[in-house]
Design a binder for this molecule. Structure first.
Ligand code: AFP
Length: 294
């Protein structure tokens, strides 16, 4: 695909357009790494999780490609302790390979990215675009920019629009809740029981695939605060903010239980957050439930 392809028509900021195109370009190479780099590396990432060789290959190629673009001022990654700083007015935060534990069973995996006007650690309100790639039955990419969400199929080096205006369906159908009922607090456990009676379970161990279900069918994806882990498992900078930006641009809501993930304060790029993404009505009911239990 030609580098000049602006995948987000109407984007005034060409640096952001080039960054988005770079993720589409890199998808083919990362998909290749998933097939060939299947062994575990001997290190752990800054969150103490074991790393696959594919995690490191994806991270290295994305850092190299993105910092080579004019205007990219920094690269932050879930796989790296600190931010790599360069000169530029746009800043990228990446989960290079979300769902690494799904590699062995060949289940959903993807890349998550956020494009900021401020160097991380920074809050989600400073996002100017966000997206995710799914290396699934086919390679797809979802990009949010200027309150508009588009979905592309990436094939033979081209990105073809398959949905020019992705929006969360009004009637919710699916749910996916992580962390385990035995670890949920009473507020979430009660709400989960109510939803599990109405909705269908869609939980696959990689949030990009589970949130894609919510964007397609409507519903709720949650990885809540846990009794033993009050800030939950998922990373605010690399997962919560970009996916929250996308779901909110698609007409849904994000929450840490009290507020939008885009408003949640952040001190370190590896801070974790409780995470809820889905239909506005479901998120508002969940926040009311948390308030009632306080
Ligand atoms: P991995 O990348 O380590 O597989 O974790 C994926 C993830 O960060 C997110 O994509 C999933 O929604 C969540 O963790 C799954 O966590 P559990 O394995 O605890 O269900």
């Amino acid at each position: 695909m030609s580098k000049s392809t602006d995948l987000t028509p109407g984007m005034t900021d060409t640096t952001t357009g080039r960054i988005v195109s770079e993720f589409a370009d890199a998808a083919t190479e990362i998909r290749e790494a998933i097939a060939t780099e299947r062994q575990f590396a001997d290190e752990e990432n800054p969150s103490g999780e074991s790393q696959l060789a594919a995690d490191l290959v994806a991270d290295d190629l994305l850092e190299e490609r993105l910092l080579a673009l004019d205007g990219v001022g920094s690269y932050a990654s879930e796989e790296r302790e600190s931010v790599t700083v360069d000169e530029g007015h746009r800043h990228v935060a990446v989960d290079p390979l979300d769902g690494s534990s799904n590699l062995e069973p060949n289940s959903g995996m993807g890349t998550i990215f956020g494009v900021y006007d401020t160097q991380p650690p920074t809050i989600g309100r400073n996002l100017v675009a966000a997206g995710f790639v799914i290396y699934g039955p086919t390679t797809s990419m979802v990009v949010a920019r200027n309150d508009r969400v588009r979905e592309y199929i990436i094939h033979d080096g081209d990105a073809r629009v398959v949905d020019d205006d992705v929006s969360v369906p009004t009637d919710p159908t699916v749910y996916g809740f992580g962390g385990g009922r035995e670890n949920w607090n009473d507020a979430f456990a009660d709400y989960a029981t109510e939803l599990q009676e109405r909705l269908k379970l869609r939980y696959g161990g990689a949030m990009i695939a589970d949130v894609s279900q919510v964007l397609t069918y409507g519903g709720l994806f949650s990885y809540p605060a846990l009794e033993y882990r009050p800030t939950g498992k998922l990373r605010l900078q690399f997962e919560g903010q970009p996916m929250g930006y996308i779901v909110e641009a698609a007409g849904g809501k994000s929450s840490d239980g009290q507020q939008s993930l885009l408003d949640r304060g952040i001190d370190d790029i590896h801070d974790r957050t409780p995470l809820h993404l889905g239909n506005t009505s479901l998120i508002e009911r969940l926040e009311e439930r948390y308030e009632r239990y306080e």
